[in-house]
Ligand binder design. Sequence first.
Ligand code: ZN
Length: 197
Amino acid sequence: MSGALEITHSAPIPEIFYSEKEEKQFTECTICGKNLADGNELYLIEKAFERKSGLDKPQLVFELACCMDCRQEMHDSLSKESNEKIAAYFEANSRVEERDRELKKHDLIDTDVWLNNCIVKNKAMDEVNEYQIYALCWKDEMVFHQMPFMLCGETIDDIMNLLSNKSLDIINDLTADLIDLPPEFRELFKDKKVLFI
Ligand SMILES: [Zn+2]
């Protein structure tokens, strides 16, 4: 995705993409601390959820807002081969262009429509135990450009299996920094991964 994106379709950021920790919209990059609310750049929001027996709602495992510089840095830190494999996976499996046209046709009121099914496996949020949701934002608007979307746990596993050990190490380190759960949950969620799209 290019940084020089022309924003043609957007909507106020829906609450599902708010920071649950802060109980409000993200205002800064989780990684470098750059202000995003007043900034003039796009940023990504990623949130991971998992259902556990005994808990009625999916548990938030981690959440982050990420500026384009940090996203680029992460991208650059992964091996070229890993990045190429991720790109090829989405190209082969997710109908990105077609979905983008559909996104921009829609009246944009019902955000849930765009998150309900995994863009690769097509499984519904209700029928999977793990999922991650992604949005591209600008100030307090969510931008409809390839995102928002949801990936189910199976898709994320597929992608992790494509990565080199070095790339996996980088992702594991970053995820360990982000997971901020009560001690009783930490063990349950220790295999979760941040995925930079
Ligand atoms: Zn940053």
